[in-house]
Design a protein around this ligand. Structure first.
Ligand code: 16G
Length: 203
């Protein structure tokens, strides 16, 4: 693996019909983004959408996650790379897609789709949207909408029987535009273990 290694095979982008996105975007075109002809999408303004790469540690990937929640000062290069390798070794399970500003060589948005393999529902899989974040200074460019729209389409494409996420009350209108809805008689329940830091810290 070198710094250009993708978390998942970008060839899957060739098989996705982006005409099936919920919304229309000014620029959203399949393009080759990596040194070995890996696929991604040109979003205009020198922004590209592509799989997370090992080298994104140096493009501020963790800094952007820290805009969402705690990352932790202990997550240095070695820990990042070992977690990347672990995720990559689980086929069809971790899809992390980032937006890179090519001018600045900086990650400005990220979204994760976890594809949880199941025995139920004919041994299909359940998708979870996680860690949706767009750099504060890139707000207003519809990047949050675009990456979420894309991941909903990707989850359908890989065969998830359902897709879920957790969000604050104020974000419900945002996610409902893609079809997310509260289900009757279902609750999101959670335990927080005190050994983990609970408060946000700046990296
Ligand atoms: C939000 C995220 C979730 C993330 C959590 C982190 C979305 C849709 N939801 O709920 O994926 O894991 O924040 O907060 O992005 P925590 O560190 O307090 O668990």
């Amino acid at each position: 693996m070198d710094e250009s290694t993708n978390l998942f095979d970008s060839a899957i982008f060739q098989t996705i019909n982006i005409k099936n996105l919920t919304f229309k975007y000014d620029t959203f075109e399949l393009t080759q983004t990596g040194p070995n002809g890996e696929y991604g999408y040109d979003l205009g303004d020198q922004l590209v959408l592509r799989p997370l790469r090992l080298g994104d540690f140096d493009r501020g990937f963790l800094k952007i996650l820290a805009q969402l929640t705690v990352v932790g000062d202990d997550v240095k290069r070695e820990k990042f790379e070992s977690r990347f390798r672990m995720m990559k070794s689980c086929p069809n399970s971790y899809y992390i897609v980032v937006v890179e500003d090519l001018k600045l060589k900086k990650i400005v948005g990220s979204i994760t789709l976890v594809n949880e393999q199941k025995f139920i529902r004919h041994a299909s899989s359940r998708g979870r949207i996680e860690d949706v974040v767009v750099d504060d200074t890139y707000r207003g460019k519809r990047l949050g909408k675009l990456i979420t729209d894309f991941m909903v389409l990707l989850s359908k494409h890989i065969g998830c029987y359902k897709l879920s996420l957790e969000c604050e009350d104020k974000l419900r209108p945002f996610y409902s535009q893609f079809g997310f809805a509260l289900e009757n008689n279902q609750n999101f329940m959670c335990i927080r273990f005190a050994s983990q830091p609970l408060v946000k810290s700046n990296m």
